[in-house]
Ligand binder design. Structure first.
Ligand SMILES: [Zn+2]
Length: 402
């Protein structure tokens, strides 16, 4: 790979700059010769009134903006490899898309005095232009892109995957799942944690569909189903499968429950769909049960409620139901042990009632465990009057039923 050093002014780089609000990206510069955001780049994420403003303030103070890398593509045109967030901030400022504070006043580019405007336009940017060679050029550039992009905000896993598997499939996926203007996002947001521009919806959609395909021979042996899925579909000209699957899962979850709870966001709905979608549920019962558990003080893990209810209210481990504290256990132990000694029986009531060799044994505190006399799932609370100490053998024989 060859590199060449070049100096451009901000005015040159932003010549013909356009910003696409819909896709959230800067499109072109250098009078159309430069693609600011190639498909393997992440979306523009500096539009937060802090990082974009900082870019302009640096220029006004004469601070260097750091190195910028371009990639020369086959037809001689250029693409931004590293620096697109800075260039897009400059371009958007020149287009009056945001303001910076100067002497306490919010000012857009057109409102600046001419000397300040000139200072920005004449600022020089140091650019390295890379040219890959031969048939591996594209892979080489992308590999290198992964390396240099560790400065600033590192690429997350999905952004890396998008770079590695760039092509028509990723482009279509990003238009659907990474587009913050997509009207579906509000609904997705109840179940999946965003934001769109860091590829969270896309990552989730891929994870769900790829895991649902684990039974297919193509990906069955894969330890990384998402990579495998992206590799298989890389050249696809449509995203029907992932789009339909994602929609199916969200629709299923959305129709199951009356209310939307914040705890629903970020659960593995793809997995829940695979395990439970064949079951018939009574919508009212499901919603009522969820509501009841949400209000139950003993349930400490609200995120587990949905899986617990869908699974038929059996696996109480999912709820992390409050357990008896040490002081309660000690008091109950002492009371039980004193009574057992007086009667000459075991302090484990189940041993005492049996004819086994432990029927008269007095267990030590650390040989016993606390048990709900009336099961929590039957309305029994985690309170002292509902606590009994059992020997470990008997408590474990009762299983996990709380
Ligand atoms: Zn026992």
């Amino acid at each position: 790979m060859k590199t060449k050093r070049e100096i451009y002014t901000v005015e040159q780089i932003c010549d013909g700059f356009e910003y696409n609000e819909l896709e959230g990206k800067g499109l072109y510069g250098l009078a159309g010769q430069l693609t600011i955001q190639p498909e393997y780049q992440r979306n523009y994420i500096y539009a937060d009134g802090k990082r974009d403003v900082a870019v302009i303030e640096s220029v006004l103070k004469g601070y260097p903006l750091g190195l910028i890398y371009f990639n020369r593509v086959d037809d001689g045109r250029l693409e931004v490899l590293d620096g697109q967030q800075r260039i897009t901030s400059l371009g958007r400022f020149l287009k009056n898309k945001f303001a910076v504070k100067i002497n306490g006043m919010e000012q857009i580019f057109d409102g600046l005095d001419e000397s300040k405007q000139r200072k920005i336009l004449n600022t020089e940017l140091l650019v390295y232009i890379c040219e890959g060679e031969g048939e591996h050029a594209e892979e080489e550039i992308k590999e290198w892109f992964k390396t240099i992009n560790i400065a600033g905000i590192p690429l997350n896993r999905q952004e890396e995957l998008n770079a590695v598997f760039s092509g028509p499939f990723v482009t279509l996926c990003k238009a659907e799942f990474s587009n913050s203007q997509n009207a579906n996002i509000q609904r997705w947001d109840s179940f999946v944690k965003g934001p769109a521009n860091r590829q969270q919806f896309l990552a989730t959609a891929l994870e769900w569909v790829a895991n649902s395909m684990m039974v297919s021979p193509q990906t069955a042996s894969s330890k990384d189903p998402v990579s495998a899925y992206m590799s298989i579909h890389r050249k696809d000209k449509n995203i029907n499968q992932i789009e339909t699957y994602f929609k199916t899962v969200i629709d299923w979850a959305d129709n199951l429950f009356d209310e939307v709870y914040s705890e629903m966001q970020g659960l593995n709905w793809g997995d829940l769909y695979e395990r439970f979608h064949a079951n018939a549920y009574n919508h009212n019962d499901v919603s009522a049960k969820v509501q009841e558990l949400m209000k139950d003080d003993y349930v400490q893990d609200h995120k587990g409620i949905f899986e617990y209810v869908l699974g038929g209210c059996t696996d109480t481990k999912l709820l992390n139901v409050r357990i008896f504290d040490k002081a309660t256990k000690r008091r109950v132990y002492e009371r039980q042990t004193a009574a057992a000694k007086a009667e000459g029986t075991s302090n484990c009531p189940l041993c005492a009632a049996s004819s086994n060799s432990n029927s008269k044994r007095i267990f030590k505190l650390d040989e016993m465990e606390a048990d709900h006399v009336r099961a929590w799932s039957n309305g029994g609370g985690t309170t002292e009057d509902n606590c009994q100490m059992l020997c470990k053998m008997h408590n474990r024989a009762k299983g996990n039923s709380l």
